[in-house]
Design a protein around this ligand. Structure first.
Ligand code: FES
Length: 284
């Protein structure tokens, strides 16, 4: 199988972390040299190595377009998506590829992400409504209305693709697997900020914990590495702020999304609609 996608630009050496816990006493690095072409991603390079040099190499991938989050790995010391990292833009002759930190290794570049999803599910990452009947209604007659400002309050946090890069970069998560971590805490804040959600008391009680938001030292490395422009460090500080305000009785009551009959015309969208400046990943 050929991966000749363009004119070779230069030779690049790849130092790839190898470890099979069932066979190896300790990790080691394998080296492979490739002709890098314009547009070649680190994921392309791994596929080329596997197809033409070493079929035993393992990692996880799916969408190849920065959506599924499965190809996150540490590239030259920084957690990133392999499919979104251009080999030539790294501007180096040697690229070191390692598995995400903070997680056990299943094999080579494949981390065991069970802890990520354990913490993620612990914060109840879904809309909670008090009225159970509303959730099970077969033919709903009403819908929620949210203003652009209400959407903006949580939108950037909803871009999380659960790749684990933020947890890999977090110095606290690296030393304490019981810390809920930036991914889960940002998702707690994402749902708390959503005016459709009524589960904020449940989630504040979950994150108000020595392993919750108070364990964050505000290193901000989570925010620096997020490939989708999410700012978990800010979300965690907002959680701390809310808890402090609640403890002194100064937290304002949460605004609730209005409901309207399904499909009813609404006057909430102004004639001249100016979308708010959402926080999104900036192009390089
Ligand atoms: Fe899906 Fe890279 S393969 S994000």
């Amino acid at each position: 199988m050929g991966y000749d996608m363009g004119k070779p630009v230069k030779k690049v050496r790849f130092r790839v972390f190898r470890y099979d816990p069932e066979k190896d006493d300790r990790p080691h690095y394998s080296e492979y040299t490739l002709e890098a072409w314009k547009g070649m991603s680190v994921l392309d390079a791994l596929n080329e190595i596997k197809a033409e040099q070493d079929p035993t190499l393992s990692w996880r991938q799916s969408c190849r377009m920065g959506v599924c989050g499965s190809c996150a790995m540490v590239i030259n010391g920084k957690p990133a998506l392999a499919c979104q990292t251009q080999v030539l833009k790294l501007d180096t002759d040697v690229i070191t590829i390692e598995p995400l930190k903070s997680f056990p290794v299943i094999k080579d570049l494949t981390p065991d992400l069970q802890n990520l999803f354990r913490h993620h599910t612990h914060v109840k990452p879904y809309i909670i409504r008090r009225n159970e009947e509303e959730l099970t209604e077969e033919n709903p007659t009403e819908e929620f209305l949210q203003s652009p400002e209400e959407l903006e309050a949580f939108l950037q946090f909803s871009y999380c693709i659960k790749c684990g890069a933020c947890v890999s970069a977090c110095p606290v998560s690296q030393s304490d697997p019981e810390f809920y971590g930036p991914q889960a805490l940002a998702q707690a804040f994402r749902y708390i900020s959503d005016t459709r959600d009524e589960g904020e008391e449940i989630r504040y009680a979950i994150v108000d914990n020595p392993q919750g938001c108070w364990r964050c030292h505000f290193a901000q490395s989570c925010t620096f590495v997020c490939p989708k422009g999410v700012d978990p460090a800010m979300a965690i500080q907002y959680l701390k702020r809310d808890l402090v305000l609640m403890s002194v009785g100064m937290k304002k009551e949460k605004k609730r999304a209005q409901k309207a009959p399904l499909g009813a015309p609404t006057d909430r969208v102004p004639e001249k609609y100016v979308p708010p400046e959402f926080t999104i990943a900036k192009p390089e």
